[in-house]
Design a protein. Structure first.
Length: 158
């Protein structure tokens, strides 16, 4: 499995960031390569299941993302965990910590590529660099959405 990690600061409160990451209909708006959901079961809380197509290096891959954890902590922080199934499998975690009037987010992404030794070698040589860039760009897109106050499709069209 490849393991990616990224931390950044967002100049908006934790609850505004949480509103975006909780809504599966928002994920394709910031996640690089993700299509609009084919189907969503749930409201983003644990137990929610969303079906997507991810495009990686121009290759469409069917994916299912499940919300596994949503924890609101006494210090105002939140912890999120999603599981990924499909062409690749893995998980994503996010910790949103209030800091200096905004939010510091720390996200981790762990994924595996199907296949034998060739799959692992291809991941190391080709995919990991691209996946890292897409992961970090996705978090930068989330930052931009949150700081602009874009949290619903209706707000984006105004």
């Amino acid at each position: 499995m490849a393991h990616l990690s990224h931390t950044l600061s967002i100049n908006t409160p934790v609850q505004d960031v949480d509103a975006i990451v909780k809504d599966p209909h928002q994920w394709p708006r910031f996640w690089v390569g993700m299509s609009e959901p084919k189907r969503v079961f749930g409201d983003g809380s644990p137990g929610t299941k969303a079906e997507f197509t991810m495009h990686v290096l121009g290759v469409p891959m069917s994916m299912i993302e499940r919300t596994l954890e949503e924890r609101h902590n006494d210090d105002g922080s939140t912890d999120w965990r999603w599981g990924i199934e499909g062409t690749t499998s893995g998980w994503i975690t996010c910790h949103h910590q209030p800091k200096d009037g905004g939010t510091e987010i720390h996200s981790e992404f762990e994924y595996s590529v199907p296949g034998s030794l060739f799959g692992k070698a291809a991941d190391r040589l080709l995919l990991e660099k691209r996946m890292r860039r897409d992961f970090e760009n996705s978090l930068e897109n989330l930052k931009l959405m949150a700081e602009l106050g874009v949290s619903t499709p209706a707000a984006a069209s105004v």
